[in-house]
Design a protein around this ligand. Structure first.
Ligand code: GDP
Ligand code: MG
Length: 162
């Protein structure tokens, strides 16, 4: 089976938008309202002649009380079957408590993690991305899922880990 890339992060950071960029199609459901992506949907992708599977995540109920835990638990299910994890953060918002819950889970795992600082639509927002160095997962990759900015460099980094 091809290697697996799991795309995780809290609702609305742009995971599905980024997945569509990565697969070069518009099959992942993008929504302005968080929480509609079905649990763990897999797609075939190819980059630089290598085939891999991309797993988009989401689908938890939007109930405020358990949201941090629920997002982290959903992400964990995908991470456990992945070879590499793409942790997506909304760079324009920065780290929230829900993002931190995902990070805590990721630190307990031995999977390689690549940080995508999404919604960096132009150079002005690059500074927001740099703040994510502090997570300790190495170089944060500034990307724009909507415009495709930075996605080639991100995929080169992903492929280097697969
Ligand atoms: P998910 O819940 O993490 O899968 O997020 P979605 O992909 O459904 O996107 C949530 C919202 O963020 C949608 O309104 C997207 O259009 C928007 N969005 C996603 N990526 C970007 C981006 O790179 N830049 C901007 N400005 N908006 C984005
Ligand atoms: Mg989604």
């Amino acid at each position: 089976a091809p290697p697996v890339l799991a795309v995780v992060g809290r609702p609305n950071v742009g995971k599905s938008t980024l997945v569509n960029r990565i697969i070069g199609r518009r099959e992942a459901v993008v929504e302005d309202v968080p929480g509609v992506t079905r649990d763990r949907v897999s797609y075939e992708a190819e980059w630089n002649g290598r085939t891999f599977t991309v797993v988009d995540t989401g689908g938890w109920e939007h109930d405020a009380k358990g949201i941090h835990r629920r997002v982290a638990d959903q992400a964990e299910l995908a991470v456990d079957v992945a070879d590499v994890v793409l942790f997506v953060v909304d760079a324009t918002v920065g780290m929230t408590a829900t993002d931190e819950a995902v990070v805590s889970m990721l630190r307990r795992k031995d999977r390689p993690v690549i940080v995508a600082a999404n919604k960096v639509d132009d150079a002005v927002q690059e500074a927001d991305a740099a703040a994510l160095w502090s997570l300790g997962f190495g170089h944060p990759y500034p990307v724009s899922g909507v415009h495709g900015r930075g996605v080639a460099d991100l995929l080169d980094a992903v492929l280097a880990e697969l």
